[in-house]
Write a protein that binds this ligand. Structure first.
Ligand code: KIV
Ligand code: ZN
Length: 522
C-alpha cells in the first residue's frame, strides 16, 4: 500500500492574501464547501486575530465543515493563540497553527529578537496551544534561509513541547529542489524526536519552483503538502494543489504516494475560485487551464485520434473537465434542469430551482444553446449570497464615435421599495452607467478593475463582467452575466455596491470592537 501524503489547503488564508483574491464570508464558505468535496485533509480558514472577518471565517468554516481538520493561523503571542482558539472552539477537528520566523534576517530586521528568545517564544506558543487542542502545527517562517543547525534545534524543541506537525516553509520562494531535499533529509537525520511529528512543506512560487520543491521534499520524507487552488497566494503564489496532486497521481511509478483528493473535483474547485474572485488562470496553466487538454498541432491531433496516450499523460475527465456539449435548450423543463444541476454536483432546494429556472428560461429566450458553463453562470449570478439593497430595473446606454456616451438607469431600493431613475454622461457607456448608479445610491465608487469575458462561444454568448470597486478605501468585487454586456456591467457594479453596503451594516452590528493590528504573514 502506498503511503499517504496529507493535503493542507491554504486558499482561504495564504491564497486570500493575494491581490484581487479577497473573499467575503459567504464566498469563503462556498469555497470551503468545495474544498471539503475535493477531499482536502486540512482547510486553513484564516488568521483570526487579523480581523473580525478572518475570525468569523474560521468560526463559520469550522461550524460547517466537520470532516476535514480546520486550522487557524496564529503568531506565537498568547493573544493570537487565545483568539485562534476562540474561533476554533466549535470545530470537530481543530488545529492551532502557530508560526515565527527563524532566519537571522527576519530575527534581526523584523522581530529584533535573539535566537534564544525566538526559541523560547516558539516553545511557549506550542505549550500554550497544547492546553487547547492536541493538534498543534508549528511553522518556522523563512526556514529555507535559516541556519540549519538552529532550525533543527527549534524543531526538536517544539516537538518536545508537543507539536504534532512541523512546517518548513520556503516563505520567499528561494530554495531549489536539491537544497530543499537536503534540508528535509537533515531534519530527519538530526532532529532526535522527528518521528513524533509529521513534516510539512509550504512553498512559494517566486522562482516558479513551488511544486518541484514540494515534491522534492516529499521524496525526502515530508508527508504534508501546503498548497492552494490555482496556486494563488502572496506575490507569485503558493504551490498549486492541482499540480501537486496530479503529479503524484500521474508519476506514481516514481512517487508511490496517495492523497485523499477526489481528482474529478479539481476543475470544479478551480472554477469555483475563479468565479468567486474573478481571477482566471492563464490558458496554458497546467491541469486547469483552458488549453491544458487542447491539441492544436495537426500532428498531435492525428496522434490523439489514433490513441490518446500519444500526447495525453492524463485525461481531462480525471480532473473533472467535460467536453463542451450542449446540455439543455429552450424546451427543457424544470425537472430536466434540476437533474442537470444534480449531475453537475449541485442539489438545489425547491426555491433555488424555481429561481434558477426563471433565469434559465430568460436565457434560453436569448440564446439557442445552453452549455454547462451557462448553468454555472446562472448559479453564480442569480444566487447573490448577500442581501440586495439595490436591484437594477432598467438600463439604457448610448454611445458612438461622434456622440457623448449617456446612460439612463432605474434602480429599485429594496429598503424603501422605491424606484428611482438617474441619467449621466461618461467617457463610454459603461462609465456613464456607473456615474448614474453612483448618483442614485449616493455612494462614490472608484473602479479599480473591469474585465469582461465570454463564457461560451458564438455571437449570442453569455458575457461575464467582473469588477473591483473601491468604496471609502475598501475594495469589493462584483460580477454578473448576461448576453448584454451593458446590463451585465450595471449589475456587476451593483453587486459590488450591495456588498459594500452589507459589509458596512455588518460592521455596525459588530460594534466598534477593535482587533489588534498585525503585520501580514505570507
Ligand atoms: O509563507 C509562510 O512562511 C507562511 C507561514 C505563515 C506558514 O505562510
Ligand atoms: Zn506562505
Amino acid at each position: 500500500m502506498s503511503e499517504r501524503v496529507a493535503v493542507f489547503d491554504t486558499t482561504l488564508r495564504d491564497g486570500e492574501q493575494s491581490p484581487g483574491c479577497s473573499m467575503n464570508l459567504e464566498e469563503k464558505l462556498r469555497m470551503a464547501r468545495q474544498l471539503d468535496a475535493l477531499g482536502v485533509d486540512v482547510i486553513e480558514a484564516g488568521f483570526p486575530i487579523a480581523s473580525d472577518d478572518d475570525f468569523a471565517a474560521v468560526r463559520e468554516v469550522a461550524r460547517m465543515c466537520r470532516r476535514p481538520v480546520i486550522a487557524a493561523l496564529c503568531r506565537t503571542t498568547p493573544e493570537d493563540i487565545e483568539r485562534g482558539w476562540e474561533a476554533l472552539s466549535e470545530a470537530a477537528r481543530p488545529r492551532i497553527h502557530t508560526f515565527i520566523a527563524t532566519s537571522d534576517i527576519h530575527l534581526q530586521y523584523k522581530l529584533q529578537k535573539s535566537r534564544e528568545e525566538v526559541l523560547e517564544m516558539s516553545c511557549n506558543a506550542v505549550r500554550m496551544a497544547k492546553r487547547f487542542t492536541d493538534d498543534v502545527e508549528f511553522s518556522a517562517e523563512d526556514a529555507t534561509r535559516s541556519d540549519l543547525d538552529y532550525l533543527c534545534q527549534v524543531i526538536e524543541a517544539v516537538i518536545d513541547e508537543g507539536a504534532t506537525v512541523v512546517n518548513i516553509p520556503d516563505t520567499v520562494g528561494y530554495t531549489i529542489p536539491s537544497e530543499y531535499h537536503h534540508i528535509i533529509t537533515t531534519l530527519k537525520q538530526k532532529v532526535r524526536n522527528i518521528d513524533r511529528a509529521v513534516i510539512s512543506v509550504h512553498c512559494h512560487n517566486d522562482l516558479g519552483l513551488a511544486v518541484a520543491n514540494s515534491l522534492a521534499a516529499v521524496a525526502a520524507g515530508a508527508r504534508q503538502l501546503e498548497c492552494t487552488i490555482n496556486g494563488i497566494g502572496e506575490r507569485a503564489g503558493n504551490a498549486s494543489l492541482e499540480e501537486l496532486v496530479m503529479a503524484l497521481r500521474v508519476r506514481k511509478d516514481l512517487m508511490p504516494f496517495e492523497t485523499g483528493i477526489t481528482s474529478e473535483e479539481i476543475f470544479r474547485s478551480s472554477q469555483t475560485l475563479s468565479n468567486i474572485t474573478g481571477v482566471h488562470v492563464q490558458p496554458n496553466k497546467a491541469v486547469v487551464g483552458k488549453n491544458a487538454f487542447a491539441h492544436e498541432a495537426g500532428i498531435h491531433q492525428h496522434g490523439v485520434l489514433k490513441n490518446r496516450l500519444t500526447y495525453e499523460i492524463m485525461t481531462p475527465e480525471s480532473v473533472g473537465v467535460k467536453t463542451n456539449s450542449i446540455v439543455l435548450g429552450k424546451h427543457s423543463g424544470r425537472h430536466a434542469l434540476g437533474k442537470k444541476y444534480e449531475e453537475m454536483g449541485y442539489n438545489l432546494s425547491r426555491p433555488e430551482l424555481d429561481k434558477a429556472y426563471k433565469l434559465f428560461t430568460k436565457l434560453a429566450d436569448q440564446k439557442k444553446e445552453i452549455f454547462e458553463e451557462d448553468l454555472l453562470a446562472i448559479l453564480q449570478d442569480g444566487f447573490a449570497q448577500i442581501p440586495e439593497r439595490y436591484k437594477l430595473r432598467a438600463v439604457q446606454a448610448t454611445a458612438g464615435t461622434s456622440t457623448l456616451a449617456t446612460a439612463l438607469v432605474t434602480l429599485n431600493d429594496t429598503k424603501s421599495d422605491d424606484a428611482s431613475t438617474g441619467t449621466a454622461a461618461g467617457d463610454g457607456p459603461v462609465n456613464a452607467v456607473y456615474e448614474a448608479i453612483d448618483q442614485l445610491t449616493g455612494l462614490k465608487g472608484s473602479l479599480i478593475d473591469y474585465t469582461v469575458r465570454s463564457i461560451t462561444s458564438g455571437t449570442d454568448a453569455v458575457g461575464e463582467v467582473f469588477v473591483h470597486v473601491e468604496f471609502d478605501g475598501t475594495s469589493y468585487t462584483g460580477k454578473a452575466a448576461s448576453t448584454d454586456i451593458v446590463d451585465a456591467s450595471a449589475r456587476a457594479y451593483l453587486n459590488a455596491v450591495n456588498k459594500a453596503l452589507y459589509s458596512r451594516e455588518r460592521k455596525k452590528a459588530l460594534g466598534d470592537e477593535k482587533s489588534p493590528t498585525i503585520t501580514a504573514a505570507d
